[in-house]
Design a protein around this ligand. Structure first.
Ligand code: HEM
Length: 231
């Protein structure tokens, strides 16, 4: 236990935890996007039955939700801790951002990770409160399909994105999702020690492709629902 705690307290240990927990969330995002693409089907029953099925998983769903929460908290704790460590080590760098060139990746995504991450945290609280717990929603969203009463999540999401400002707010956040993943995926592999002159360019390209697919996928959902699906 003691060697584990010592490892976790070190910068390398924190980066390792950040990488593992981040990659788990990437996996969740792929599954979440795939499920939400059902919103484009125009068939509310299909989407509602899918989310009702997820809820019927019971304990399995609770385990998944517990892991999501534990992993995001670990990710945030290690991320903030590493960022503060860097800030203390070289405070002068926050006045002048140098282009380090070569193998270090000083892209906009890389230098704004802590900010995009913290904004995504605020987004998550608002997102889950609204879509999962329906906080502040002024009417009940329920439907009956084949005699089973279930949440009408389809209508809830369509009503939310029917509002132009709400939809635009989501678009901004989805760009942040892209930005965070674009650097995060590459960085996770570096932290896991998968750093080879031959593989690093492949991992970087894979990171860009994955971030683009997830970012673009989430980006088109609110746009489609607002401009096409809701008509
Ligand atoms: C347009 C994009 C998105 C849509 C339409 C959407 C839709 C939804 C809906 C309807 C729920 C409630 C599911 C339920 O109660 O069964 C939900 C939950 C959730 N969403 Fe999203 N989502 C989007 C983007 C995101 C993004 C980008 C993230 C993460 C950065 C995210 C993370 C979550 C999480 C963690 C939950 C709670 C899952 C659970 O506890 O079972 N979502 N989302």
């Amino acid at each position: 236990m003691l060697p584990f705690l010592t490892a976790v307290k070190s910068s390398v240990g924190k980066k390792f935890l950040m990488a593992i927990t981040g990659l788990f969330w990437v996996f969740f995002l792929i599954v979440h996007l795939a499920g939400n693409l059902a919103l484009l089907s125009g068939n509310g029953d299909f989407y509602n039955k899918y989310s009702h099925f997820l809820m019927s998983l019971g304990e399995l769903l609770y385990v998944m939700e517990f892991l999501l929460l534990a992993f995001i908290l670990t990710h945030i704790f290690s991320g903030v801790s590493v960022a503060l460590g860097k800030m203390r080590a070289r405070p002068q760098n926050y006045d002048v951002q140098k282009d380090l060139g070569g193998k270090s990746r000083k892209t906009v995504s890389a230098s704004t990770m802590i900010y995009s991450g913290l904004l995504l945290l605020i987004f998550l609280v608002v997102h889950i409160s609204h879509f999962k717990y329906q906080v502040g929603v002024d009417r009940e969203y329920f439907t009956i399909i084949n005699g089973t009463r279930m949440h009408d999540l389809y209508q809830l999401v369509y009503d939310a994105f029917g509002n132009l400002w709400y939809m635009l707010g989501y678009e901004v956040i989805m760009i942040l999702v892209f930005s965070h993943l674009r650097h995060g995926f590459w960085s996770a592999f570096q932290s896991l020690g998968i750093n080879h002159p031959r593989w690093s360019p492949v991992i970087n390209t894979l990171g860009v492709v994955l971030a683009s697919v997830i970012g673009f996928g989430f980006l088109i959902l609110p746009l489609y629902i607002h401009f096409i699906g809701g008509r």
